[in-house]
Design a protein around this ligand. Structure first.
Ligand SMILES: [Zn+2]
Ligand SMILES: [Zn+2]
Length: 320
């Protein structure tokens, strides 16, 4: 499965000289299976670039399934600028959890009312269908998609997508249920040692995934003052992914005030934590344009010799 990051910033777009490497566009990840099934997870401002990319290929018909984690602005704001919805014949299915303020189409049309945008949702020429999802397991044209409720101040779902013999999970936005991760006296680094049932379920949802894309908006030091804002730190993501046997962890939904330098530091700290726990986990900060070819374990080229290549060099190998 091919995974490409089109937006890795949380909360609000942050263009500028200090975010050139990791990018300023808000949440958007594209996943394409070998059979060509395309999933777009979240429609932050990054989806505008994805739309231009898809249109540039000159395909007569674009089909995609959009999986929205939730409808906070940084996850839907790019949708009105997603060019494929302006072309007749394209077919887009949009899925999201049912929120408390109306149906998915009502929420999406809200940000396209005349006061905010010149074209209304109902006027878009593409064929657009809507589907509300709850926790469960679904089949989208042979691709298995499981959902899992996240801890966030809005109805929010995490997604686990299984195809081509690999599993990719997307878990943003999410805040730890408990400030304390491990049960007193229990051995850290094991799922059964996790104190809170919600955090344990969260770890179980990413069990043995080949790639987990996880909210890591804040540093551990920033977490106390951001309580109830609905986000995680790299520490929580690394601990849970490591305990759950995840192979690769992409940290995303970067805090708008975190510069490229800050994110390089966060990446170093995350890798050091994984190494100190002996987790067999390749962790990196996702950046705009980052591509990951997720292959089954047997055919994977293997984890790069840790320490020999800096995370930056490794990532740049995939940069276009
Ligand atoms: Zn968000
Ligand atoms: Zn949110």
């Amino acid at each position: 499965m091919e995974v490409r990051f089109w937006g890795t910033r949380g909360s609000i777009a942050t263009p500028g000289p200090e975010t050139v490497h990791f990018g300023g566009n808000t949440s958007c990840v594209e996943m394409v299976t070998k059979a060509g099934r395309r999933f777009i997870i979240d429609c932050g401002t990054g989806v505008r670039l994805l739309g231009l990319h898809l249109m540039s290929k000159g395909q007569s018909r674009i089909r995609a399934t959009i999986l929205l984690s939730h409808t906070h602005w940084d996850h839907i704001q790019g949708f009105p600028f997603f060019k494929p919805v302006f072309q007749p014949g394209n077919e887009i299915l949009i899925c999201a959890p049912l929120g408390v303020t109306g149906s998915l189409s009502q929420v999406l049309s809200g940000q396209m009312e005349t006061a905010y945008f010149p074209v209304e949702l109902s006027e878009l020429p593409a064929k657009i269908a809507y589907r509300h999802l709850a926790e469960g397991a679904f089949d989208f044209h042979g691709v298995g998609v499981s959902t899992h409720a996240l801890h966030h101040p809005a109805a929010t779902l995490g997604y686990r997508i299984e195809s081509d013999g690999v599993t990719v999970a997307y878990l943003a936005d999410h805040e730890p249920f408990s400030d304390v991760l491990w049960r007193p006296g229990a051995e850290p680094g094991k799922v059964e040692s996790i104190l809170h049932e919600g955090d344990r379920r969260h770890a179980e949802f990413m069990h043995n995934a080949d790639l987990v894309i996880h909210d890591a908006q804040y540093t551990p030091e920033e977490m106390p003052e951001k309580k109830h804002w609905g986000h995680s730190s790299y520490e929580y993501a690394v601990e849970l992914a490591g305990a759950a046997g995840v192979r690769q962890l992409a940290l995303t939904h970067h805090e708008p005030t975190h510069t490229d330098d800050k994110l390089v530091e966060i990446e170093k700290r995350a890798r050091a934590l994984a190494a100190s726990r002996n987790y067999d986990l390749d962790v990196f900060c996702a950046y705009e344009g980052c591509e990951v070819a997720v292959k089954p374990k047997s055919s994977a080229p293997g984890r790069q010799a840790s320490g020999e290549l800096s995370a930056h060099v490794a990532r740049d190998r995939h940069r276009r």
